[in-house]
Design a protein around this ligand. Structure first.
Ligand code: N01
Length: 554
């Protein structure tokens, strides 16, 4: 199927590929593997010095998988891979996940098509050639018929706009851009701003080393024990033996009853059980820990205020039981609907506030006024610090596409197209940007799905789309504006059945000042993937195909 010039000779300018993939994280690595196996010529660029994407950059202390437990957070496409790779714990730590992605790259000989330490500076659609021209930080332009943006849903670090933040004279680290060299906290006074997943994972680890940790908390968060433990060899053997069945189950979870809730939970209605029975379930799920606190809960959890309030109160009770000082415990108690922000798993987070060397500052009562060379000044106090950790999250889901800012038809930039709304179709394609695909873009289940599996399924769909386009003798395709509108409606309708849009979170863009507010995750889960497969089978409704009008290597 390869139709491009040989991509590796150095005297060709520009080099031509079938596909350029931007990003060598979990998604980009699989995109290369799959599309290359289809016979396409593929080049991958990544700005980092190693592959791994989010697992390369987020190497702060305590970083570990807080999603599906090992061995289920993994690529699913290869039986051999499942048999070869030995995960050690249920909630695997960052270095091990990074090593896994590296292993996959070596195992499938992917590195020769990945160019690291190379930032894509510009990506421009050439209408006459029906190709993308890509300029990078390290060489001449390259051209590709298809552009795959595997740029990460959580990649653009959010640096808070706090007066004086650049004046701080000590070391400042963002959890999402953690340095490669080890950071020593020993004997240091450390301030951590932010108490999302990254803050909750890192604070207990930093507190074990630092002289003192001051936690600056704007919104308290619910967190469930991760209950991390060594992986049981019996469980590993069982998974390996039954991998085909498990893989099919992973993508065939109980179909969501989208008229009621996109989250099937345990399938038992909370209203069919007594208060005692419900509390026994919450207690059992708490003991078990992990994200099963959500998955094993009642289907009403994310759609019914009353049940959500009951669960939220149960979790506040756990905080009050754990934290010795009642005033600190109250400050740590959240009041939003549980799980409408990304659920967090922790290893001793609330217990950390019982330590003598940890202080909690509630920014809602005592806001930060400015940062100086030596201190964070809140309204009530000066907090002298040696190290400032910004666990302040990301311009999520859309930020990395906007940073890339591809230019589509007529030179229109994505920043202009998305100025007030993140228009797209299926979460993967954008009108005016032919032959461009996003993985885990806004409007996919992405961040609320098993991300490696989601990346595989999206990539396979994109591969089939490319094959179809070429088989039909077409040169380009893009979605219609109407298709984008109806997709947007579908994403919003699903979200509006739930409590999600009622909470300020990075799912809605509310964490970034000035960002258009929109709940950008498709809540269909497995139904989304069935939907896009059906759409392909039925002839790609919603897309306009343009005949090929030039040779592909022009
Ligand atoms: O970011 P967040 P994160 N002044 O946005 C606060 C994934 N992840 O990096 O809630 C003061 O959740 C902000 O306060 P508020 C996971 O999906 C995965 O922790 O906006 N505070 C919040 O407390 C996760 O959800 C793993 O009021 C400010 C915090 O900073 C996602 O990444 C590990 C502020 C940001 O929390 C993001 O998590 C870690 C300001 N100006 C993360 N601005 C895995 O292990 C922001 N905050 C797989």
């Amino acid at each position: 199927m390869t139709s491009a010039k040989t991509p590796h000779s150095e005297d060709e300018t520009p080099e031509h590929y079938d596909v350029v993939v931007i990003g060598a994280g979990v998604s980009g690595v699989y995109a290369l593997l799959h599309l290359r196996e289809m016979g396409l010529s593929v080049r991958v660029y990544d700005g980092a010095p190693e592959i791994g994407g989010t697992w390369w950059h987020n190497r702060y202390p305590g970083a570990r998988i807080d999603g599906p437990s090992a061995p289920l957070y993994c690529y699913t496409f290869s039986d051999e891979l499942v048999k070869e790779w030995d995960w050690t714990e249920t909630q695997v730590a960052q270095p091990e996940v990074l090593a896994y992605v590296g292993y996959v790259a070596d195992r499938f000989d992917l590195r020769r098509d990945i160019q690291l330490e190379t930032w894509v500076r510009n990506a421009q659609y050439n209408e006459a050639a029906q190709r993308w021209t890509v300029e990078t930080s390290t060489g001449g332009p390259v051209s590709a018929q298809f552009l795959i943006c595997a740029v990460g849903a959580l990649s653009v670090a959010n640096k808070p706009n706090i007066a004086g933040i650049d004046d701080f004279g000590g070391a400042t680290f963002h959890t999402g851009n953690w340095p490669q060299e080890p950071v020593s906290f020993t004997g240091k006074r450390v301030g951590v701003i932010g108490t999302g997943s990254s803050g909750v994972q890192s604070i207990p680890e930093i507190a074990k080393k630092a002289e003192h940790v001051t936690v600056f908390q704007r919104t308290p968060q619910y967190s469930i024990p991760a209950r991390n433990q060594p992986l049981d060899p019996k469980r590993v053997a069982e998974v390996r033996e039954n991998w085909n069945h498990i893989r099919s189950q992973m993508n065939a979870l109980p179909a969501p009853d989208v008229d009621f809730t996109p989250f099937p939970g345990n399938g038992r209605s909370a209203f069919d059980e007594t208060s005692e029975q419900r509390h026994a379930l919450y207690e059992a799920l708490w003991e078990q820990g992990t994200l099963n606190f959500v998955g094993g809960n009642y289907p009403e959890l994310l759609v019914n205020e009353e049940i959500n309030r009951e669960v939220s109160e149960f979790l506040r009770g756990k905080i009050r039981e754990t934290v010795h000082d009642p005033a600190t415990a109250e400050k740590l108690c959240p009041h939003y609907f549980y799980a409408t922000k990304r659920p967090i798993l922790d290893d001793g987070y609330y217990e950390t506030f019982n330590r003598d060397n940890v202080t909690l500052v509630d920014l809602r009562q005592d806001p930060i006024e400015r940062i100086t060379q030596t201190s964070v000044h809140t309204a009530e106090e000066e907090h002298p610090l040696d190290i400032l950790v910004l666990a302040t999250g990301f311009d999520a889901i859309t930020g990395s596409m906007l940073r890339l800012d591809p230019k589509g038809r007529g030179g229109v930039s994505l920043q202009d197209r998305w100025e007030s709304h993140f228009h797209n179709y299926l979460g993967m394609t954008i009108n005016g940007f032919p032959n461009l695909f996003m993985i885990h873009g806004p409007g996919t289940p992405g961040v609320l799905y098993n991300m490696p599996l989601g990346a595989e399924l999206e990539t396979e769909w994109i591969g089939n789309f490319v094959r179809h386009l070429r088989d039909q003798g077409m040169g380009a395709a893009e979605p219609t504006l109407d298709a984008e509108k109806s997709w947007d409606q579908e994403v919003s309708e699903l979200a509006n059945k739930t409590l999600f849009p009622r909470t300020d979170s990075w799912y809605t863009g509310a964490n970034i000042p000035g960002k258009p507010r929109h709940f950008s995750v498709h809540l269909g889960g497995p139904a989304y993937f069935q939907r896009i497969v059906d759409l392909a089978d039925e002839g790609y409704e919603g897309f306009v195909f343009e005949e090929r009008h030039v040779t592909e290597t022009t």
